[in-house]
Design a protein around this ligand. Structure first.
Ligand code: ME8
Length: 522
């Protein structure tokens, strides 16, 4: 039986249009899902929208609409944007979907019947931006640092999930499964959060009285309350793959990889494993936590107007170039700074000068010296062997990085082959050899080597840059290749079809003049 790969993004709030940050996580999930499918696994990619809670009511008041209208509006936009950009999710889940409501209610009842819920009076500081109670330690100068606003003091009778009694188990689980939360810095952060929360009892308020908030899923054991938005939202990861009855559920769940930004570490690293245990399910396989994108060194915020739109980037640079930049420039786990200058520099250096150049030089010469067909190679020498060695190491090296969610390193590794092929061309100088007596065979070998390096590059690049990869394969006459490709076999040296007709085409990535990009594309 083939392996499974289940990847999720956070389900995004319906309080604005997708920006650079949402796009990053979603592109990352798309890339990982495509990679695992290419590796012969059954992959399932879930994304969606988080539609309940007070935030939705705030937006509804601003727009003078009902929360349902707001939810419909933004869920549609998110879906349309992902569709326009070629994001290949398997399900777009909305927390207002009927199956999700039913699953949340049945889980609430199970957890209640299991004795994990109690009713009591509580007073605390609530941030609507985060949709959760904050502790004093979370605040900076009395304000929520993420939303730059003061939380409200709230006191009311509510239902509480007795999460704290699972902290000892959870700490031990995290200690003994070092890559459960990765990279390491976030695992350490969670361990210290757990220590701190234990001192506070660790109960999680999971209800809101309908008198204050009636936009949510009703508690099955008290019709006067709705479910707290985070408790409802996290469960999407189960509904999305057919919990509890779908026969595929157990295998997919056992392979669950959550992708999140560091802002929502606590709900995913603490609330969620405790909830799963109370439900009677195993924890997810990994929590993969990435850093924040800032824009021109400032936090992305509505008020600063720096919420870079993926559609604008698509229009201005083409989505594949933007996608490449996002995946290549963020070291997984660490914050990154978006500037249009760094985007253009990255496109020019890697895509235009390096990859694009290899494609156009190779195909120009195939046309000039081999009648436009992938040539039959002659005997090979040390220089060919060097390129073959670089290519030979790629599938395993890329696989290692991808299984650790380090796309930036995987791309760096793949571009090692592009570098090697460009260097090889410089050393073989087929344009000179072609003029020498008896040089034809050497030229054919050189051009074969470059075409084959391009084929392998394109196959490995296809999860990252699906359109570009397909285009390269088409130009080197191997257009059907991706349909049946499977790693690692398809990336092994020697798979190219000799004699296939190639097409030169226009530059894949025209160089962009930094001077002419003008005002920020945001
Ligand atoms: O938190 N840099 O939704 P949300 C990188 N509904 N990634 C960013 C980012 C940035 N500057 N800004 C946003 C929620 N993101 C909840 C999630 S899940 C059960 C419920 C990305 O719309 C990143 O993935 O605020 C972050 O975790 C997520 O968007 C937050 O999206």
């Amino acid at each position: 039986m083939s392996e499974n790969f289940y990847v999720t993004t956070p389900i995004y709030y319906i309080n604005g249009e997708p920006h650079l940050g949402h796009t990053y996580t979603t592109v990352l999930a798309d890339t990982l899902a495509r990679y695992h499918a290419l590796a012969g696994e059954r992959s399932f990619f879930l994304t969606g929208s988080d539609e309940h809670g007070e935030k939705a009511l705030e937006v509804a008041a601003e727009r003078q609409e009902t929360p349902q209208q707001v939810a419909d509006h933004y869920a549609k936009i998110f879906r349309e944007v992902w569709d326009t950009l070629g994001i290949r999710y398997d399900r777009f889940i909305r927390t207002t979907d009927a199956d999700h409501k039913a699953v949340v209610q049945s889980i609430l009842q199970t957890v209640y019947d299991g004795g994990h819920i109690e009713f009591k009076e509580y007073e605390g500081l609530y941030c609507v931006g985060c949709e959760r109670f904050l502790t004093d330690r979370d605040l900076e100068d009395g304000l929520c640092p993420d939303h730059e606003r003061a939380p409200e003091k709230r006191s009311e009778a509510n239902y509480f999930f007795k999460m704290g009694k699972q902290f000892a188990w959870l700490s031990e689980f995290i200690e003994t499964n070092p890559d459960f939360i990765r990279p390491d810095r976030y695992r350490n952060e969670v361990l210290s959060m757990l220590k701190e929360e234990s001192g506070l009892g660790g109960d999680l308020c999971i209800s809101r009285p309908k008198t204050r908030l009636d936009w949510g899923i009703e508690l099955p054991f008290d019709e006067g309350y709705v479910c707290y938005v985070w408790f409802d939202a996290l469960i999407n990861y189960l509904t999305g793959i057919g919990y509890p009855d779908d026969p595929d559920f157990p295998a997919l769940w056992a392979s669950a990889e959550h992708l999140i930004g560091k802002d929502i570490l606590k709900p995913h690293a603490i609330f969620w494993p405790c909830m799963l245990r109370a439900i009677g399910l195993e924890p997810y396989r990994h929590l993969n936590v990435h850093g924040y994108w800032n824009v021109d060194s400032r936090k992305i915020s509505k008020s600063l107007g720096n919420r870079i739109s993926p559609l604008d980037m698509n229009e201005k640079y083409g989505f594949e170039s933007f996608r490449y930049y996002l995946l290549r420039d963020m070291s997984f786990g660490i914050d990154s700074n978006f500037t249009e200058e760094s985007l253009v520099t990255r496109i020019n250096s890697d895509l235009a000068n390096n990859l694009g150049n290899l494609v156009s030089r190779t195909l120009n010469m195939v046309k000039r010296f081999a009648e436009g067909n992938v040539p039959e190679p002659g005997p090979i020498g040390d220089l060919e062997r060097e390129v073959m060695e670089v290519a030979g190491r790629l599938p395993e090296a890329v696989d290692r990085e991808m299984r650790a969610t380090r796309c930036h390193r995987a791309l760096e590794t793949i571009f090692g082959l592009v570098d090697a092929a460009n260097r090889y061309l410089e050393r073989r100088e087929p344009w000179k050899v072609a003029k020498q007596e008896g040089g034809e065979e050497s030229v054919r070998t050189t051009l074969y080597t470059c075409c084959e390096a391009l084929r392998i590059t394109a196959i490995l690049l296809s999860p990252f840059l699906p359109l570009t990869a397909a285009e390269i394969l088409e130009r080197i006459g191997q257009s059907g290749e991706l349909e049946s490709a499977q790693l690692p076999q398809s990336a092994q040296w020697g798979g190219i079809q000799v004699g296939a007709a190639t097409q030169k085409g226009d530059p894949l990535f025209p160089r962009i003049d930094l001077e002419t990009i003008g005002e920020s594309g945001a």
